[in-house]
Design a protein around this ligand. Structure first.
Ligand code: ATP
Ligand code: MG
Length: 451
């Protein structure tokens, strides 16, 4: 792409995240190119390639690489941002002819570098040094930059959560003092930012290797759009099971909850972070001074639903996270029959996820015993064994269905009889074999008719 633009007499550079990532020796998530060509000039240069024009008003043309990967490359005309209103994206942009002006509109020094096709670096704000030192620093005056677009505050936290300096202990990036102070000062402007933009950054933040540290340090900023976190901070639980206040406990649960069979990891992380959000409201102390929070999962579920609706999370994420918050208190026993019932009620996948968040919850008390850890391992193994042995735990595993029930009882009655058969199969008092099940069903139908 860059070659084609240069051949047509324009300047063109890799910019932003892909330069940052390649200097760190990583493969970039997406490739951005900045060019002196205007959108119309670009269209001419790429007339023979597949182009997507969705961003054209802001100077962006997405071009698919001609090779078989068909990777989209976003090519944007050098621009400065026009008037900012309401601390959000500018309404209009101004195209300019110089790379330096374009780099100056970018958010952080580590994102404000460019390289050309010959690997020559343009770095007017010391981004390379900051990258080496692990520093997140606003380009220009941080107050002004956050007032222009307050999302940058959250982007800064996201980079602090995601970027890792590598090496022993895996230290994260630090936010430079002036930039950090301006983030706190301007945090309320995040209220003007759309839920979609906030949520996209939040998802990345919670999954970053330093997500926990960032939430711990910057909860007052994140609390602007999730105010439910604020009462959790410093809330002592006065309970012998818990070493930490509610927020610290939840952050530790989030850190402990790495993905396991979860479709997307950020859902598990969000569930762990929010699992005790119902605690402050349900807290009371008994005569001995011990703290209790009865009913907190149900209250928490309601709050989480509000939070995720407000952030415009997709329905699948919302329902999954709510489900996990609601059931995180389920008390597991090493009892095959009980586990089969729960596999039927919740599905095996969701039961494993409940077990998983419960494990994270217990690790995060700071008091988990080895016995409890071993018990979790055994229960998990048991659930897998039930699955591998092909044991019957749901109606669809039953060797009969509604058509096999003798005497043609009414539909609702059939459902009840099947359920009863399943219960008895799970209990082990009835084999999962057609003949025996039909005979037992006939008995149940008879019993009913006699009554
Ligand atoms: P990622 O690795 O997540 O893609 P990124 O830095 O590439 O991170 P993008 O959202 O892809 O982030 O943006 C590309 C570049 O555009 C950034 O590196 C930055 O230079 C600039 N940019 C993006 N959003 C903003 C913003 N809100 N304000 C200023 N510059 C921004
Ligand atoms: Mg990018």
């Amino acid at each position: 792409m860059i070659e084609m633009l240069e051949a047509a007499g324009f300047e063109a550079y890799y910019v932003g995240g892909c330069v940052r990532d390649s200097l760190r020796g990583l493969e970039a998530a997406d490739i951005d190119v900045a060019t002196s060509a205007t959108p119309d000039e670009m269209k001419e240069v790429f007339a023979d390639l597949r182009c997507i024009e969705t961003g054209i008003k802001h100077g962006t043309l997405t071009v698919l690489t001609p090779d078989e990967t068909r990777r989209p490359v976003e090519i944007t005309t050098f621009r400065t941002d026009g008037e900012y209103k309401d601390n959000r994206h500018p309404e209009e942009v101004t195209f300019v002819r110089s790379l330096d002006e374009d780099l100056a509109r970018r958010d952080f020094t580590i994102n404000a570098m460019a390289t050309d096709i010959r690997d020559e670096l343009t770095d007017p704000f010391g981004g390379r040094q900051d990258l080496e030192d692990g520093v997140i620093r606003a380009v220009g005056n941080p107050d002004r930059r956050f007032q222009e677009d307050a999302l940058r505050i959250l982007r800064g936290l996201r980079f602090a959560a995601v970027l890792d300096r590598g090496g022993e202990g895996g230290e994260g990036f630090v936010i430079e003092a002036e930039t950090e102070a301006a983030m706190f000062r301007n945090r309320r402007l995040l209220k003007n930012i759309s839920a979609e933009r906030i949520y996209a950054e939040l998802k990345k933040l919670v999954t970053g290797p330093h997500g926990g540290e960032v939430i711990r340090k910057y909860v007052d900023i994140i609390g602007v759009f999730i105010p439910e976190l604020l009462p959790m901070k410093g809330f002592e639980q006065h309970n012998p099971y818990h070493k930490y206040d509610i927020l610290e406990h939840c952050i530790r649960a989030m850190e402990a909850a790495e993905s396991a069979g979860f479709v997307t990891d950020y859902q598990m992380k969000l569930a762990a972070l929010l699992h005790d959000v119902g605690k402050p409201q349900t807290f009371f102390r008994d005569e001995e001074g011990v703290g209790h929070m009865y009913g907190h999962p149900a209250v928490g579920e309601k709050k989480v639903r509000e939070i995720l609706n407000r952030l415009k999370a997709d329905g699948e994420t919302r329902d999954r996270v709510c489900f996990l918050v609601k059931y995180h208190d389920l008390v597991f026993q090493e009892d095959r029959r009980l586990l089969k019932r729960w596999m039927n009620r919740y599905t095996p996948e969701m039961l494993l996820e409940i077990l998983h968040i419960k494990r994270a919850d217990n690790i995060a008390t700071g008091n988990m015993s080895q016995e409890l850890a071993d018990k979790f391992d055994r229960i998990e193994a048991e659930i897998h064994a039930i699955l591998e042995e092909g044991q019957c735990f749901s109606l669809k595993d039953l060797a009969v269905d509604g058509n096999d029930i003798p005497g043609r009882p009414e539909g609702r009655r059939i459902g009840k009889i099947l359920q009863k058969l399943l219960d008895e199969v799970i209990d082990g008092s009835l084999p999962n074999e057609k003949e025996a099940l039909v005979a037992r069903a006939a008995e149940l139908v008879r019993d009913r008719t006699r009554k």
